[in-house]
Write a protein that binds this ligand. Sequence first.
Ligand code: AIR
Length: 390
Amino acid sequence: MPTVTMVGGGQLARMTHQAAVALGQRLRVLAERPDDPAAQVSPDVVLGSHTDLDALRRAATGSHALTFDHEHVPTEHLEALVAEGVAVLPPPQALRFAQDKLAMRTELSARGLPVPAFTVVESEAAAVGFGEEHGWPIVLKAIRGGYDGRGVWMPEDADAAAKITAEQLGAGVQLLAEVRVPLKRELSAMVARSPYGQAATWPVVETVQRRGQCAVVIAPAPDLDEDLAAEAEELALRLAADLGVVGAMAVELFETTDGTLLINELAMRPHNSGHWGMDGARTGQFEQHLRAVLDYPLGDTRPLAPVTVMANILGAPEAPAMSMDERLHHLFARMPDAKVHLYGKGERPDRKIGHVNVLGDDVAVVRERAERAAHWMSYAVWTDGWDPHE
Ligand code: AIR
């Protein structure tokens, strides 16, 4: 059976390994530390950094495909690996549009696809000028390396924009500016594509962001206009084919207040907006990613219930005194149907340490239960005041 190497030892690699087990494979991971989430569970760990070409080579040797749990591998290393015969999937010429937000915005707008107005920011004057032209606040983004709310700023005025720009440019961070779009909500269209060219989408989901990162996902997106849903799925399929993506890709979208779609980000890997499918779809994204990079036929992506809600378990400002194990006991006692995925990570404020999936029929009921379960796991507090010891 084939070996797939995943660069990065986080929760995405951990859950990909879990899917590999069922397919009779094991996932080799390149992890920074032995206690990284995926390194804890895979018997095939290469310790090293994703910025070290030799470590990448060691991880790739003997493997059928090299793929990723984050976007941070330097593009020149990927190109070196391709030149040495490694099957880097997604290929670097596609992946660069997930690594470099300026390249992505430029490419997509050249293809006539809907993106927010943007500009590169190489000086304080450029950021201020963009705000004066388009109106405050604006969004400043690190062109490379940001995730989960890191590398994004929303200055309210010229002074704030100048300060952030000076600090970030001074620290060697390249920036772009874009307009802050009036949003109805955020959506995500996920797709997976194989080298053969087969592609499959999942239903478009709504993503609820808190403090700059995904907190809740509702699948499918409630009350989404059918035409808009079809447009989003077609956009994802077209992007995957046109950019030559292999593996899973999330197309993060804005649904604007005037009912149109804009492309926010691309992620070419399993993505938080696809975690609902581990329990809520016939084929989840982790299995599908493996099937895609190994050029197997893709799996059926249909949902298993009218609604699935995924709620992230985010680290509380202070970790509760009650152990994670005891929290899990209480959760299971109260909600036997809740599906829990824990990542083996230390509890740091707002860090993604796990998620809960709940399936059902009614969006409001399912969402309330999923969020109540995740909040309990984060804080050891029931939001409805229920006391396990009473
Ligand atoms: N990740 C990658 N891009 C966005 C996210 N959330 C996942 C990957 C990565 C892990 O988050 O699995 O390895 C890093 O999480 P943390 O909490 O250690 O920063």
